[in-house]
Write a protein that binds this ligand. Structure first.
Ligand code: CMP
Length: 139
């Protein structure tokens, strides 16, 4: 299992407010290489599938609605110790608890509209990256 890759999404609140460039800059300045990148509009079905692990949580329906309310930017990122280092860079899920200098401290609006997603394990980084990108994509 690769330990040098993680997966991120820039969420609809941040794309809507023109923070794609600012967030990608913080990611690159944080030492991550952008391996794959795309901007897409998720259907409620696809958003629901992505967050299926949270299906029983009280916030699930709202989360699915929110994540399909506008475009997201999906990316695979590379760096040594990528999963843990990226979670440090983005800060706590709840922006009220996010440390100074983190992406969520700067850009998140609420615990739901929290600007970015970051994978929580190497295994999920692989699964989430595969959800958006396939190795043999050709254009
Ligand atoms: P993310 O890291 O993408 O993982 C699950 C998402 O659910 C989280 O960010 C938030 O966008 C959203 N969410 C909404 N409410 C909560 C909550 N109370 N606790 C955790 N996540 C929440």
């Amino acid at each position: 299992m690769a330990t040098n890759r993680t997966f991120t999404m820039i969420k609809p609140d941040a794309t809507q407010e023109n923070h794609i460039g600012g967030i990608l800059s913080m990611i690159e300045e944080g030492g991550f290489r952008i391996v794959s990148l795309k901007k897409v509009l998720l259907t409620p079905e696809r958003a629901g599938k992505f967050y299926e692990v949270h299906k029983e949580r009280p916030f699930y329906q709202d989360l699915v609605k929110y994540m399909s309310s506008g475009p997201i930017v999906a990316a695979i990122l590379e760096k040594d110790n990528a999963v843990a280092d990226f979670r440090t860079l983005i800060g706590a899920t709840n922006p009220a608890q996010a440390a100074e200098g983190t992406i969520r401290k700067k850009y998140a609006k609420s615990i739901e509209a929290n600007a970015v997603h970051g994978s929580d394990s190497d295994e999920n980084a692989q699964i989430e990256g595969d959800f958006f990108f396939s190795a043999d994509e050709k254009f």
